[in-house]
Design a protein around this ligand. Sequence first.
Ligand SMILES: Cc1cc2nc3c(=O)[nH]c(=O)nc-3n(C[C@H](O)[C@H](O)[C@H](O)COP(=O)(O)O)c2cc1C
Length: 324
Amino acid sequence: MLTQADFFIADIPIHSRLILAPMDGISDAAFRLLTRRLGSAYSVSEFINTLDYANQKNYQKKRLLARDEERPFVAQLLDNDAVRMAECAARIEEEFQPDMIDINMGCAAKSVAGRGAGVGMMRNPQLVKDAVALVSRAVKVPVTVKMRIGRDSTTQNFLEIANLAAENGAKALALHGRTGRISYQKPAQWQPIAELKRAFPQVPVIGNGDVSTPADARRMLEETGCDAVMIGRAAKANPWIFSWRDRDEVSIQEVAETTLWQLKDMLATNPENAIMPFRKYLKAYLEPYQLPRETMRTLLTCSDANELLTLLNYTFTKLGASIE
Ligand SMILES: Cc1cc2nc3c(=O)[nH]c(=O)nc-3n(C[C@H](O)[C@H](O)[C@H](O)COP(=O)(O)O)c2cc1C
């Protein structure tokens, strides 16, 4: 059924105002497909370090594998070299056919920001200009950026950076309401998101930071006027948020089906390394049921796929789900 688009990025219709945020180690292929099916508007890859990509590191290529059902699929690039980013963007477009390319101007890890990549780019307006212009010229698909308020509290230059990005071809602007120096313990600021939308009424603005419930998402949309909301950490425990549901509105049956599907899909998409990364979702999904510590320990230390599936069937049946 064709529904009316909520908004457009360039000529791509976007159907939903909630989007799974890119998260290294979390937004893998299985989790992205799961959240897309639950209502996330589109999928963004974990960051692709184009320095590693250029050096043929296979693990970066793996992060670009996406199913058609995930489309629109966005490949997110991270680097401090505009020419290399543009060259890799062209190769990625040819090999993986993403629907958009996003430039990461938000990663605050010291090893990244320190070399002028991620949020480090925000200190270097020329690099922002070059990266957006060269990447936009190198690919046919729309280019977007994801940034923070600024590098630190003394340089909150998101409006200047947004301006340079938009002037040089960026078709959407995502803003995480923190500077690169503010920890997750401090609340995100939403006022800058409102300022950004006021300054760029014609460009889609995606607000991000501390949205944990559907009520938060509604509040961010209303208070800031942003076009969509990106949800990161809260999605790990509640991927159902993308269908505008609080975690306590989700039945054990659905939790069981989702969990089992996700494990099987992770085994199919990443057979060598599925169980370890699966544990973080499992822990988060089971948290509300306060299972005995010993049960959790058994589940979270099991490293055999078939054994884990059997244990999960048993656990979910005991919690009231019916497993086929
Ligand atoms: C574990 C983790 C990994 C992340 N990896 C990325 C990434 O690869 N690219 C990116 O743009 N942001 C990344 N982020 C930032 C998130 O996309 C998001 O901007 C941030 O978590 C704030 O949103 P939230 O409050 O909804 O979590 C990451 C965040 C976390 C917690």
